[in-house]
Design a protein. Structure first.
Length: 497
């Protein structure tokens, strides 16, 4: 069914900017509830755009049914919607897919697999084995939990993207960090991410802050700290000090109390990558190697600082409690979590006013903030054997470029930037742009299954335990990591179409 042409995103952003009621740091706490989430209509789209077009020629795949393997991710309508409901996110996803179908003359079908069996099971691997070795050529693309896609690459089930005729990995709709993280020397890439899905934005890990508590404790404005380059781990520790309150009076810290900072155990690994550190770096030939960051004095310093943060009585960490309502009901000053939490019902319906900032720098002398993707990031790939590499690569390029022009601007500018921007200025928008430009994908994190999870867990396990055994652990693992990396390189470079 053909949809009506949907909003011109640039005009929608301008309209939104003048219809959203902002308030300053001293303003009413309910300002966050009057947001773009309530805007469901906008002007008709035009054919002009300030965004780059792709270089795809006119292509006609004669109405072929084209299937994409996808997983049930944590992000609403990440891949498709059945109809244009008029909600902004639904509209742009629907429009993107419609435009791709029209441009390529295909019938696009998203085959969604359950989260449990696709993210943590073998659905993707089984599908790729069947496709590559049984001649059952069902899928042109795969989109799944990142570690599962990377594992399929290691097992030789995915194509080298540099052999995909219509994909140009230098285009802005591909994440440079994701492409670099999946690089195995010049000419070898097997996984990608970027504007083909807004998931890489929603899975950016940062720190939510409770503006009301900032005011109550007379603390510095987090936005100003970030933009002035003074948002550091030491500053974070300083700000949470003295914020713990035993609300239920039982004499022990539990989920019913008030805290300065909280996080789930699986988010702690992002604190390493959130400082711009890597597990794997590229050598002068573009080949992956263990990063010097792992063994550096800087990393030792970062760990010591964060151990201090989480040893503070104001820090809530519990091995069996991952309760977002602690923050969402106004009982934590800071919350380390991915940006996509803004769409969760508990926060969407919350009465607190909040902002979102990057994880802190190790010290003020460093010039950039970074945003690590979480484990739940979606990666994409092309099966090793497909019916038509021309069609598969054109689909990847077209979905990505249309997502760049349609979906990402709407999600970032409308759904995220104004959703809780209580500032009269542009601070939140500036900070979002900064984080988006410095999203961190890391080879070690993406290919964590091959490293027995250590690339994802060595930092979080150290911080969670409260005992600094990091140096001895990484020293004991260094040789096995190097051997594992060499095997990965050998496997992937052998898979060349």
């Amino acid at each position: 069914m053909k949809a009506k042409r949907i909003p011109c995103l640039l005009i929608a952003v301008l309209m939104t900017a003048v219809t959203i009621a902002h308030c300053g740091l001293e303003g009413d706490k309910t300002a966050v509830t009057t947001t773009a989430a309530e805007i469901t209509a906008a002007p008709e789209i035009t054919e002009t755009s300030l965004f780059m077009n792709d270089d795809l020629p006119e292509l006609d795949f004669e109405g072929a049914e084209v299937k994409v393997f996808c997983w049930e991710s944590w992000d609403q309508a990440e891949f498709f919607v059945e109809e244009d409901t008029g909600e902004i996110l639904d509209s742009v996803i629907y429009e993107r897919n419609l435009k791709v179908e029209e441009r390529l003359n295909i019938d696009l079908v998203w085959v969604m697999k359950p989260r449990g069996s696709s993210a943590y099971g073998s659905d993707l691997k089984n599908a790729m084995v069947a496709q590559n070795f049984s001649g059952d050529l069902i899928y042109d693309l795969v989109a799944c939990y990142g570690a599962r896609v990377a594992s399929c690459a290691v097992d030789g089930h995915l194509s080298n993207l540099n052999d995909a005729p219509y994909m140009d990995l230098s285009k802005p709709w591909y994440s440079e960090s994701a492409i670099a993280a999946g690089q195995l020397g010049k000419g070898f890439n097997y996984v990608f991410a970027g504007d083909i899905s807004y998931n890489y934005l929603s899975r950016m890990s940062g720190i939510f802050f409770n503006r009301g508590m900032i005011n109550d404790f007379g603390l510095e404005d987090p936005y100003k700290l970030v933009l002035d380059g003074k948002w550091t781990i030491d500053k974070l520790h300083e700000m949470i000090d003295g914020t713990y309150v035993d609300l239920n009076g039982n004499g022990k810290a539990d989920k019913d109390d008030q805290f300065g900072i909280m996080t789930a155990s699986d988010q702690m690994n992002t604190l390493y990558y959130g400082t711009g550190s890597h597990f794997i770096s590229l050598d002068e030939n573009g080949a992956p190697r263990l990063s010097d960051d792992i063994f550096s004095e800087r990393t030792m310093m970062i760990i010591e600082k964060y151990l201090g943060v989480f040893a503070d009585p104001a820090a809530f960490k519990h091995p069996t409690v991952d309760d977002t309502t602690i923050f969402d009901t106004g009982r934590s000053l800071f919350y380390i979590y991915p940006l996509g939490h803004v769409n969760d019902a508990t926060l969407r319906d919350s009465q607190i006013t909040y902002g979102f900032i990057p994880q802190p720098k190790p010290d003020e002398n460093e010039d950039k903030y970074h945003a690590s993707v979480t484990n739940a990031v979606t990666l994409f790939g092309i099966p090793l054997v497909v019916e038509s590499m021309d069609r598969a690569s054109a689909l990847a390029e077209c979905l990505s470029s249309e997502g760049y022009r349609l979906v990402s601007p709407a999600v970032f500018e409308i759904v995220y930037k104004v959703k809780y921007n209580y500032s009269e200025g542009s601070e939140q928008s500036e900070i979002f742009d900064m984080m988006r430009q410095n999203v961190v994908f890391d080879f070690g994190k993406l290919f964590m299954d091959s490293f027995a999870g250590f690339t994802n867990g060595v930092i979080s396990e150290t911080l969670w335990s409260g005992k600094n055994k990091y140096a001895s652990v990484v020293a004991s693992k260094r040789e096995s990591w190097e051997n594992t990396l060499q095997k990965i390189i050998e496997n992937l470079t052998a898979v060349k179409n």
